[in-house]
Ligand binder design. Structure first.
Ligand SMILES: [Zn+2]
Ligand SMILES: [Zn+2]
Ligand SMILES: [Zn+2]
Length: 339
């Protein structure tokens, strides 16, 4: 499984240099984030189309870090200020991949103090708002994996029969967060959907795989009613299969209620969004029906458009294509999800 490796900490000297330049202290949240990892990405807790790139603090301690951090907070803030609508007292701290959206903090005009509240600036509309103030600090903080909670290398991650790689899909990630089911910080946390009466949804992979979380909170990761309902034919499945997918298998990020493709009297294995699936597999005979169904559903006319769809991250195209593989005959299936 591919795992995200966060950048190294920003040295104290780099943090001090930035604070000297700003003439004031960084907000504690940001400072501690940089002190554990200087830059890198963090997930938006609300929208899978957003992954934020935290602007690093310029680090002159060695050539490699110098090069990596050359485009730092100051650089992005200068760029942002070129837009007259960006608040004059704003300090740009993160952007999404397109740079169309930025997160920033604000310096109080009178005191010069930088507040901890996080705002969103939208380059298209020129508007900004505080709607991220409540949950993004939590997301930034969660992206840190403290020394004390590094994943135990001796403990093998659970394998999910119906899910190829939840880390690649992003529903599982490394994190210092505590599992809301077993109460342990395992170094990994789940951030996908969980349908239950309560609010708990952040679980470790083990509490998902062994059914403990679903049982304890009486919930489902995947809606049982949608299992077997994806693609052109509906498949009636044994209750044991539905239970495993709904209660012991991570979900995936989708716009609409997720559905689970099935074949050969079994649920399919979730392989990911189309851009992450092996192109040769999609082009093979096993992928023929899937390809023609998907081209039709996504209104893809030309081969060039198809190649574009295969190569473009879903967050850039407003539709997602989910791919599953049959565990018995190898056939591919799935469906198109519109935003
Ligand atoms: Zn747990
Ligand atoms: Zn998208
Ligand atoms: Zn099959």
């Amino acid at each position: 499984m591919s795992r995200y490796v966060p950048p190294p900490p920003a040295p104290e000297s780099a943090l001090r240099a930035l604070e000297d330049k700003l003439g004031t202290a960084l907000p504690p949240l940001l400072k501690s984030r940089y002190a554990s990892s200087n830059g890198g990405t963090f997930d938006d807790p609300r929208n899978r189309d957003r992954e934020w790139q935290l602007h690093p603090v310029f680090d002159a301690s060695d050539r490699k870090q110098m090069k990596r951090t050359a485009e730092d907070i100051a650089h992005y803030t200068r760029l942002a200020l070129q837009d007259k609508r960006f608040p004059r007292n704003g300090i740009s701290i993160a952007h999404n991949f397109s740079l169309y959206e930025q997160l920033f903090v604000k310096r109080d005009e009178a005191s010069g103090v930088i507040g901890e509240e996080i705002f969103l600036f939208d380059v298209h509309t020129g508007q900004w708002c505080a709607r991220y103030a409540a949950d993004l600090p939590a997301a930034i903080a969660q992206a840190r994996v403290p020394e004390a909670v590094q994943p135990d290398p001796a403990r093998a991650l659970p394998q999910f029969r119906y899910y190829a790689d939840p880390f690649e899909a992003g529903v599982l990630r490394t994190s210092g967060e505590t599992c809301e089911c077993c109460g342990k910080a395992t170094g990994y946390i789940y951030g996908g959907s969980f349908y239950a009466v309560g609010d708990e949804s952040h679980f470790c992979p083990w509490c998902i795989a062994n059914g403990a979380a679903a049982k304890k909170f009486d919930g489902e990761f995947n809606d049982a009613a949608g299992i077997g309902c994806a693609g052109t034919e509906e498949v009636a499945l044994p209750p044991s299969v539905i239970a495993e997918v709904s209660q012991r298998t991570p979900s995936f990020f989708s716009y609409q209620q997720e559905r689970w493709w099935a074949h050969c009297n079994d649920a399919g294995r979730f392989l990911g969004e189309i851009e992450h699936v092996d192109r040769a597999l999609i082009a093979s005979e096993a992928g023929n029906d899937f390809t023609s169904d998907t081209r039709e559903a996504a209104h893809v006319g030309s081969d060039a458009d198809w190649q574009w769809l295969l190569a473009t991250p879903s967050r850039q195209r407003g539709i997602a294509v989910f791919v599953f593989g049959c565990l018995h005959c190898g056939k591919l299936g799935g469906y198109v999800d519109h935003s």
